[in-house]
Design a protein around this ligand. Structure first.
Ligand SMILES: *Cc1c(COP(=O)(O)O)cnc(C)c1O
Length: 485
């Protein structure tokens, strides 16, 4: 039904194609062929609940394995620094055309290799538009190369001295939103807004107050671990009041925007000056990034190469075009709605069985479970779930007493299993399995007999019992059915 990843009519051919591909790889490096085959077996045999992962369709995967990878094409469509780029021009144009139509964006730049790269392009495009361009205009210059030594140093000083306000990491923000281990935290003076300690929700009055006081050049909205929707009209109002550029990073939830689950004020694209996304999470494409923007940011965004990118990846832009074409099909809207419905069912299933959720629920594709109610750290819960074939990741929760390494939370997401065709009843059963594992797991001890934050003990027979439950669901919804390797 909603699973584009299965196209049984072609299955026979696809099996033959992939068998041949693995044979060819084996002639050069069998360990790579073996690992590739093993990865498919492993993905088929586990309940993948990692919120940032998905399964791309076979057409998308196949598009990546071609000679479109062999071409250098620095520059933009029709304006390249290399000869013979006509076919790269075609795939880049098709990808951009689909991205604009899908998201209703005036401009789409599809070259970024990842979400981090898309954000880097966006940051520097905003700096170039807001800081560099006016400085050049004032001096009557066209190009930074025309600046003399002292003026160039002065501009460099200004570029490196701007302010950025984003969501805090422990409230669900992303490392690229101004945190010191990432270049964004080294480029900008950064402050963050959190969530309300009572409700766990974004408090727009607090965001507005922080923006008034800090006066950022860039206000970032977007998250990787916040289980709720955001009102982007309010975010734009706050940005406008303080003269900030609104950058929305929809890396996680782009599939819900594409699938029209997030509309009106929950659709960031009409409100943001610049919107960035990954293409491989809920959007279900190849690994990569896209920048969408309003016309005033287009000239700077299009200079992502050579600003922070080198040559674009022709094979990946081609796969983005295929994935975006899939996302424009009505079936993708059915998929996106199922992702959200499944998250609801899963959240309710956890809560009904005693699970405590950050914000008390979800209204997007992800669920954050506070595992301290089971007496465990995130690290212990993640490992015990993995033993039972349930793949998740631990995640800090707001004001986490266990810090970012051990954590007190587990993040779950529904995009991947929804692609396999899981429905709400299946997700209720997954919730039952998760609670079964966590209830049957207890804290282990360190070498000197103290309670450990990492080791754990499970009830006899627990892993086998849950693995059997998981296998039943996985068999019901095979991954790439018909693809036999
Ligand atoms: C995943 C993510 C990114 C980074 O994407 P990569 O492709 O891993 O570089 C950036 N921002 C947000 C909000 C994300 O969730």
């Amino acid at each position: 039904m909603t699973d584009l990843a299965s196209q049984p009519a072609l299955a026979q051919t696809e099996s033959q194609i992939y068998r041949s591909i693995l044979d060819v790889i084996s002639t050069v490096e069998p360990r790579v062929a073996d690992a590739t085959a093993a990865e498919l077996r492993d993905q088929r045999a586990s309940l993948k609940l990692i919120a940032s992962e998905n399964y791309a369709s076979l057409p998308v995967l196949m598009t990546m394995g071609t000679w479109m990878s062999d071409k250098y094409a620095e520059g933009t469509i029709g304006h390249r620094f290399y000869a013979a780029c006509q076919n790269i021009d075609t795939v880049e144009s098709v990808a951009a055309e689909h991205a604009k139509a899908l998201f209703g964006a005036p401009h789409a730049y599809v070259q970024p290799h990842s979400g981090i790269d898309a954000n880097l392009v966006a940051f520097w495009a905003i700096l170039a538009t807001r800081i560099e361009a006016p400085e050049l205009a004032e001096k009557g210059l066209k190009n930074v190369n025309e600046l003399t030594g002292e003026d160039w140093e002065s501009l460099r000083g200004k570029l490196g001295n701007q302010r950025l306000l984003g969501m805090s990491l422990d409230a669900g923000g992303h490392l690229t939103h101004g945190f010191r281990p990432n270049i964004s935290g080294k480029m900008f003076h950064q402050q963050s807004y959190g969530t309300d300690p009572q409700t766990g929700l974004v408090d727009y009055d607090q965001v507005a107050a922080a923006a008034r006081e800090f006066k950022p050049l860039i206000l970032v909205a977007g998250y990787s671990a916040y289980p709720r929707r955001i009102d982007f009209a309010k975010m734009r109002e706050i940005a406008d009041e303080v003269g900030a550029t609104l950058l929305v990073d929809m890396a996680h939830f782009a599939g819900l925007v594409a699938g029209k689950v997030f509309t009106g004020n929950e659709d960031p694209v009409p409100f943001a000056h610049v919107t960035t996304t990954t293409t491989h999470k809920s959007l279900r494409g190849p690994r990569g990034g896209i920048v969408l923007c309003q016309p005033e940011y287009q000239p700077a965004v299009d200079r992502g190469c050579p600003l922070v990118l080198g040559g674009p990846m022709g094979h990946v832009m081609a796969a983005k075009a295929v994935a975006l074409a899939e996302a424009r099909q009505p079936s993708f809207q059915t998929y996106a709605q199922a992702v959200a419905d499944n998250a609801q069912a899963f959240a309710e299933g956890l809560m009904r069985r005693g699970g405590r959720l950050v914000t008390g629920g979800t209204d997007n594709h992800l669920v954050l479970l506070d595992v301290s109610s089971f007496g465990l750290t995130g690290r212990q819960a993640e490992s015990a779930l993995l033993d039972a074939g349930i793949v998740t990741n631990r995640n800090a929760i707001p004001a986490d007493p266990n810090g970012a390494w051990y954590t007190s939370g587990i993040r779950f997401g529904t995009p991947a299993l929804t692609t396999r065709g899981f429905g709400t009843d299946d997700f209720d059963r997954v919730a039952e399995l998760v609670v079964d594992v966590l209830s049957g797991t207890s804290v282990g001890t360190t070498k000197d007999g103290k309670p450990s934050k990492a080791s754990y003990v499970t009830e006899d027979g627990l892993a086998a019992r849950t693995a059997a439950g998981a296998a039943e669901l996985l068999d019901k919804h095979p991954l790439y059915p018909g693809l036999e390797l």
